[in-house]
Design a binder for this molecule. Sequence first.
Ligand code: BG6
Length: 481
Amino acid sequence: MELRKDFLWGGAVAANQVEGAWNVDEKGLSVADVAMYRSNVDVKNYAKQVEINSENIQRAIDTKTANDYPKRRGVDGYNRYKEDFALYAEMGFKVLRLSIAWTRLYPTGEELEPNTAGVKYYKKVFAELKKYNIEPIVTLSHYEMPLNLAVKYNGWVDKKVVDYFVRFCKTCIIEYPEVKYWLTFNEIDSVTRHPFTSAGIIPEKSKNLEQDEYQALHYQFLASATVTKMIHEMLPEAQVGCMLTKLTDYPSTCNPEDILASFNSNTLNYFCADVQVKGEYPILILNFFKQHKLNIKITPEEMLIISEGTVDFISFSYYMSLVSAADESSLEMTSGNTVISGKNPYLETTEWGWTVDPLGLQISLLQLYDRYQKPLFIVENGIGAADILNDDNTIHDDYRITYFKNHLHEMKEAVEKGVDLMGYTSWGPIDLVSAATSQMSKRYGFIYVDADDDGNGTYNRYRKDSFGWYKHVIETNGAEL
Ligand code: BG6
């Protein structure tokens, strides 16, 4: 079976990792603007976010430069988006996944009317994409909520934030009706792994952090469903997806104890998709709340909205797989995407410790499709590596080509077996600031950006070897990898 004729090839970025221009055109501070740079000192621990507390938030607020806060400068995408889109068009992109920074439209999140400069900016962005017939896929929340809502309400723990988010989304729907593909929350399941980045929760303000995380998640489900309904009503042609971190977990041995540990890890990973696809909480999760003595406020009215706002497709990121054991101390650990997990002895890891598991992508696609029978969309996949820029401005990233080739091969195998797959967007088609560490030196792009961790450099863009390779993949609709 071939890929769909209209297979949506492209790349994915997030506003806070590419745009920079953190204090331009009335933009407000977001949680990303207070994320400090962290060097990659220990791959066993690096997935952990820098501890966030009121003191370092205040220090960040008082700091009026981008020093130490690389997401404030991004890769200057705010000014260079035309150049970047021309390069994406050269590769033949059909789609570009990007996010709309909430703080450009609503600087504190609480304004009643949007900031005109912010609204105008994304109009220009979408018009530029239109020139190349590249369809935008818009993520409405990608780790960049207004800092004000975190500080004032402890983020999504407070139901008021639902209304603020819905107001922001309504503006997006009204102002950008040409957008056909929408994702509500990036990696919604990550609230329980990095509560500040995903939900604006400042841990020291929580009496019971686990309870607050699940409460925040519930309100994100509510907001997501409300917005999904709204898009369905206001833009009947458009489609809405949920977005998960697909953390496929393997048991470390065939000991039933380890199988159970792995099952539990997968159940927690599926939980958010279960709610957003089926419109109800899985019974195992409701019991998990009871067993953990979590008192989550969930009303019948909220559940009605959640049941009416289910998604049209399931999108997900896939970088690596996990290993679980009943006794974690028996495992060697390694870093991964927002997690630390057992190291798989059968697989290699990247320089940042992430397990490279192409077959895991096929397994993930099969499992997701088997569970939900909904169209799937891979909206993030890629390898972070320390590329070398040669004197002649070439970058020989054969390791990246190998990574993509192997993953796309497994993706095609899954389609061959009957999975309905809408498209594939690599993360990030251009080098950008790392979400977890704010490093520039952890590079994902087909396009190199000449900037270092301290923000020095020309910010010129150069095509890596993988650029031409991906272009050819798209030209042949994945037939030639
Ligand atoms: C995903 C995020 O978790 O992984 C992206 O949606 C992120 O925002 C990507 O950039 C890769 O992670 P990192 O930490 O290497 O940038």
